[in-house]
Design a protein around this ligand. Sequence first.
Ligand code: NAP
Length: 283
Amino acid sequence: MSPLLLLGRPVADSLLESLKADIKKLDPKLVVVQVGDDPASESYIRQKLKSCEAVGLRNEHRHLSEKVTLEELMQTIGELNENADVTGFIVQLPLPKALQPHVPEVIRAIDPKKDIDGFGAYNLGKMFLSVEFEHLPPATPSGVIEILKFYKISIEGKHAVVVGRSNIVGKPLAIMLLNRGATVTVCNSKTKNLAEITRQADILCCAVGSPKMITKNMVKQGAVVIDIGVSRVDGKLSGDVDFEAVSEVVSAITPVPGGVGPMTVASLIRNCITAKKRQLSAE
Ligand code: NAP
């Protein structure tokens, strides 16, 4: 039997639709800061701004030159922190090579109340407390949780295996699954016998960026597979999962593209509205 295809578009559309009334009422504003001209970033930013337009969310694109200094970037961040009209903003990563060592400083400079990517230590740290404190969770893990919810896939009591431990995807996703009662195993590049571990997963989430590394023999019969990885192979997008082969054994799977991707933008927009509500309630 073919598995349930966990498409992200209907989930994203339903989430965005549910946000429209708040957008109209609260009139928040989202700003994207781009530094340099990374082509992948250009495409991600286009998608973000297009989705803002589609739901009537005010937005602005600050495009800084590749040669901008750390001081100039910090000045922009400082101005956005102070600007009462700006609800939330993101600094699109990756930064140009010269600024890459400063990413932690850059993220730290963003006011936690406006950190709608949820990458700063304050918002990440709060997630450790419980579901109730996941106020501004990173958008991609948040999108994964939303997909599971939409397709009525329960998390509680399941063994969830997360492959990848980045601060923006793997780790926060592991915490969100843990907060919802899963037993969680997190794997990384040093993990021994990866296949032995992934085969134990009821829910297998892969966030590595290594095309088709998850093969059929690494997945349990009937498992739910969430493929977060995105790589470009011969001009085509590929996930971390060998989709065709793995589909033969699992009960549900996200495609790449069309799975987690659309949810990331919708979750970012939701964070902007949450940020606005929290700013208003703190006044
Ligand atoms: P990242 O920072 O490069 O992290 C990759 C993780 O994979 C690291 O923790 C690394 O382990 C681990 N890893 C590498 N090789 C491995 C192996 N052989 N076995 C087990 N683990 C291994 O990447 P990221 O930012 O988390 O993104 C991961 C993927 O998701 C990328 O393809 C990215 O494009 C995609 N992504 C998609 C969306 C979306 O909206 N769909 C959003 C964000 C990211 P170590 O820590 O030991 O090095």
